[in-house]
Design a protein around this ligand. Structure first.
Ligand code: NAD
Ligand code: LMR
Length: 317
């Protein structure tokens, strides 16, 4: 079975290559391209000439009716809408603008496609996902199995950096990355790398630091022109594809930042989740970790408390 998929923020740096990858995904039967800016129509016209099966439709505009029309009938909604970082900024610095953007998109999802699988890319993910959940709760349609903060780029990066260091085939490597998606909240579980790898403490510290700061590496390299777009599009398309494969009955495991009671003291946390036909079928426990990883999990949990509270306070203000 193939699905109707929307990209919200489709004219942006992530949105365009993400839409391209989804247009090329055989599990997509219709790609609904939405952005507030009119370029969405051009992106859709461009994509519609590609001879793959997905039919491309487009909507744009600031009127709530436009986004609701784009979302109607969607099974999967992927959201890379909002402003990216510039050098010197943290992801939390984006909160002021992106919190309001995410709130509006969540209201539209609740009205137009409350049963869709929702994949939130917009930063700061640690706070935008709690905002999204809060809006859906207020609208009476929150299904915790269907809302995902996309942290896949952290896994993609960890796999790449470990493969480079250990001389492995990168497509064989899997490093679970848990916690959240910013700075110290990103916790790679190098001790659980497959295929099994040994790391010295120095290697583990250096790799962890690089994975936690990889987004900043790109922000600085782009020198004011934005943050990761191409690798994020790859990661977002992979995650959406996993969600759709699972909707078709395949057992799939991914890490994602979700509503979860797995970690004491926080209501959202990323661990490995099993995906099924109805979204999350199981949230896997953190499992065995090294002392170094446990210390990082504790640090991440403290930082996440503040990020989640910021999202919740925004809605109650
Ligand atoms: P961009 O500025 O290139 O594109 C953002 C797009 O969103 C623009 O086309 C803009 O018109 C659109 N937009 C703004 N408000 C909108 C709304 N209400 N509805 C629909 N579209 C709207 O930015 P980008 O580089 O594509 O990054 C987008 C977001 O993704 C940023 O917040 C960035 O920090 C985040 N990001 C997350 C990850 C991750 O791993 N989760 C990785 C990279 C970037
Ligand atoms: C990333 O990890 O690349 C994104 O979250 C974008 C950023 O601001 O670093």
């Amino acid at each position: 079975m193939a699905f109707k998929c929307a990209v919200v923020g489709a004219a942006g740096g992530i949105g365009q290559p993400l839409s391209l990858l989804l247009k090329n995904d055989p599990l997509v039967k219709e790609l609904s391209v939405f952005d507030v800016i009119p370029l969405a129509a051009g992106v859709a016209a461009d994509l519609s000439h590609i001879n793959t099966g997905a039919k491309v439709t487009s909507h744009h505009g600031f009127d709530g009716a436009d986004i609701r029309a784009a979302l109607t009938g969607c099974d999967v909604v992927v959201i890379p809408a909002g402003v990216p970082r510039k050098p010197g900024m943290t992801r939390d610095d984006l909160f002021k603008i992106n919190a309001g953007i995410i709130k509006g998109i969540a209201e539209a999802v609740a009205d137009a496609c409350p049963k869709a699988m929702v994949c939130v890319i917009s930063n700061p993910v640690n706070s935008t996902v709690p905002i999204f959940a809060g809006v859906l709760k207020a609208k009476g349609c929150f299904d915790e199995k269907r809302l995902f903060g996309v942290s896949t780029l952290d896994i993609v990066r960890a796999n790449t950096f470990v493969a480079e260091l250990k001389g492995l085939n990168v497509t064989d490597v899997n490093v679970p990355v848990i916690g959240g998606h910013s700075g110290v909240t990103i916790v790679p579980l190098l001790s659980r790398t497959t295929p099994a790898c040994e790391f010295t403490q120095e290697e583990a510290e250096k790799l962890t630091h690089r994975i936690q700061n990889a987004g900043t590496e790109v922000v600085e390299a782009k020198a004011g022109a934005g943050s990761a777009t191409l690798s994020m599009a790859f990661a977002g398309a992979r995650f959406a594809n996993s969600v759709m494969k699972a909707m078709n009955g395949e057992d799939i495991t991914e890490c994602a930042y979700v509503y979860s009671s797995i970690q004491d003291g926080v209501s959202f946390f990323s661990t490995e989740i099993s995906l099924g036909k109805e979204g999350i079928s199981k949230i896997n426990p953190i499992g065995k970790v090294s002392d170094f990883e446990q210390k990082n999990i504790d640090i991440a949990t403290d930082a996440l408390k503040a990020n989640i509270a910021a999202g919740e306070n925004f809605l109650s203000a």
